[in-house]
Design a binder for this molecule. Structure first.
Ligand code: SF4
Length: 549
């Protein structure tokens, strides 16, 4: 390895824990792909970067003996840490956006998944490190040229740049931190994502447009994969990629990997990444314009409440993968289901990564609010949809704004730093647009996040109140067919969440596994029509405006 042109000490830093990954799930750093451990593969790729003077692997002190054999004979320094390194609090925000460099709640980035500690900074200071390029230990395809380009770009303007990142897909590069910035982030318990996030109170030009973005090739930025061997799903993808490339994982370039992965873009995995589960059909004010009640699916048709046992069956069907996120919502109000707290516990026990509860907020009070505040749910999404009593009544048809507002305020006070994130939502329509800005500012200040979502007319089944059609000019296959499975309260799985009347059932979870439903003939047939761009053959897809979201 050579020193960089600026003669500053640039090192790569990795954190390896053989028990727990940065996402908080089982670690795979000691597991093998094509006969070589994950950590060894990552270090090998980094050793080809010419601008790195050293590669430092941090690990818990008590794991040094387990880490050493993984990088035996390699030019790498292992530093055992006395202080524990906890899971980054930003991981919760990333759970729904693992495949993008930036995505998830409050636009968290892949860089936010990593934790740094004062002890790490101290060890780097002792070694007179100027810039630390943080790379996940599972980045087995990290591109040495991208790393060199990132470092060279980082030093282009002398000492003016405090951090440099790329928009390449997760795992193909890293983030370069000047050591003084890393120190500040640790001291203030923040992460790089908080700098990159647009805050209306301190407006700045998006950092994507600024010098600190080292522009990677477009095909690397739009590649919708997680090139990190940390989840069962992404580990499987990279393992298969290794087989297809005849073991060329060591020497290949990021562009080659992205091109190979692109060939598999319309292949469904064994299990969906997300599940939308309706646990009951009691009316909710959450969905504007939805014809509430059993009538929407025919009076008396199917069960109106999912039992705990059936819910447990659903989540245990997902245990083969550790990156699955569920949204409990559908077309009913989940907060009036008496088993909701037990369902959240069952989902966590089964290894569900992310849990989001969607509610109108009317029942977010009393003992249930206490239980939810203490629960392992990641997100409570409250559809407020207004910032005033008048608009609320106009939009929802009921005079309950003050009740929802009061519940929400009290709930936010109850939730600790480790409790669920509370996210008020507003559906953007011609009616709500006037209060949108005030709504967003208010809740962003109050709970750190607020979401404005586009209006959905459920494939033309309810009145269209959207401000404009947001569909891109050219239609492409619907990504939901490869990402999300929807299960209704009676156990029926349907093609997608547009089907609230249950007209396009693909089977019932009481008779089939999630995997069987996801890979069923009916789902595959629909995927094929999308690949062939014959969208009109399905009555819902023909009229749908949600295919691009
Ligand atoms: S195009 Fe619309 S209706 Fe069809 S699967 Fe996608 S979201 Fe559902």
């Amino acid at each position: 390895m050579m020193s960089d042109a600026a003669e500053r000490k640039n090192v790569a830093i990795l954190y390896a824990d053989v028990e727990r990954s940065a996402l908080g799930i089982r670690s795979r750093v000691a597991e093998e792909i094509n006969g070589k451990t994950i950590l060894r593969r990552t270090v090998e790729r980094l050793q080809r970067a010419e601008q790195l003077r050293e590669i430092i692997v941090f690990c818990p002190e008590e794991q040094i003996r387990r880490i050493q054999p993984l990088v035996e004979g390699m030019d790498v320094e292992i530093i055992g840490l006395q202080e524990p390194v906890s899971t980054s609090p930003y991981v919760r925000r990333r759970k729904w956006g693992l495949n993008c460099w930036r995505g998830g709640i409050r636009e968290a980035t892949v860089f936010d998944e990593q934790s740094f500690t004062a002890e790490m900074v101290l060890r780097l200071r002792e070694r007179e490190v100027y810039t630390a390029v943080a790379v996940p230990a599972e980045a087995i395809l990290v591109d040495p040229q991208l790393i060199d380009g990132l470092i060279a770009h980082h030093h282009k303007n002398g000492s003016a740049m405090r951090f440099t990142f790329t928009q390449a897909a997760p795992g193909l590069a890293g983030c370069a931190y000047r050591l003084d910035l890393l120190h500040e982030l640790v001291q203030t318990y923040t992460s790089i994502g908080t700098l990159l996030y647009y805050d209306p109170d301190s407006p700045h030009m998006d950092y994507i447009m600024q010098e600190c973005n080292f522009r990677a090739a477009k095909e690397l930025c739009v590649s919708p994969w997680r090139y990190l061997a940390d989840t069962a799903r992404s580990f499987g993808h990279l393992n298969r990629l290794g087989e297809n490339l005849n073991g060329q994982l060591e020497s290949g370039q990021a562009g080659q990997f992205a091109a190979r992965m692109q060939e598999r873009i319309w292949e469904a995995d064994a299990l969906p990444r997300e599940l939308e589960i309706e646990i009951n059909r009691e009316p909710s004010l959450r969905i504007q314009g939805y014809p509430h009640g059993l009538g929407a699916r025919g009076e008396g048709q199917g069960a109106s409440r999912m039992g705990l046992a059936l819910f447990e069956k659903i989540v245990s069907d997902c245990m083969a993968f550790d990156d699955i996120c569920i949204t409990i919502g559908g077309f009913g109000e989940p907060l009036v289901h008496s088993d909701l707290p037990e369902m959240i516990e069952a989902a966590k026990r089964a290894g569900i990564l992310g849990i989001n509860i969607e509610t109108d907020g009317l029942a977010l009070e009393g003992e249930l609010a206490e239980a939810l505040a203490e629960s392992k749910a990641d997100v409570i999404s409250v559809y407020v949809d207004a910032n005033s009593r008048e608009l609320y009544e106009q939009v929802k048809g009921r005079d309950c704004f003050e009740q929802v507002e009061g519940n929400l305020e009290a709930f936010i006070d109850k939730v600790s730093d480790h409790g669920p994130m509370v996210i008020p939502h507003l559906v953007k329509t011609r009616e709500t647009m006037g209060e949108m800005e005030a709504f967003y500012g208010r809740w962003l200040d109050r709970c750190g996040a607020a979401v404005i979502v586009g209006y959905n007319d459920y494939a033309g089944q309810i009145k269209d109140k959207a401000i404009m059609d947001m569909c891109p000019p050219q239609r492409y296959p619907c990504s939901r067919l490869y990402r999300t499975l929807t299960i209704l309260a009676d156990g029926n799985a349907t093609i997608c969440s547009q089907d609230f009347t249950g007209q396009q059932i693909i089977g019932n979870i009481k008779e089939k596994s999630i995997s069987e439903l996801w890979q069923s003939e009916k789902m595959n047939q629909l995927r094929l029509t999308h690949q062939e761009k014959t969208f009109h053959t399905n009555a819902f897809c023909a009229k749908c405006k949600e295919w691009h979201r």
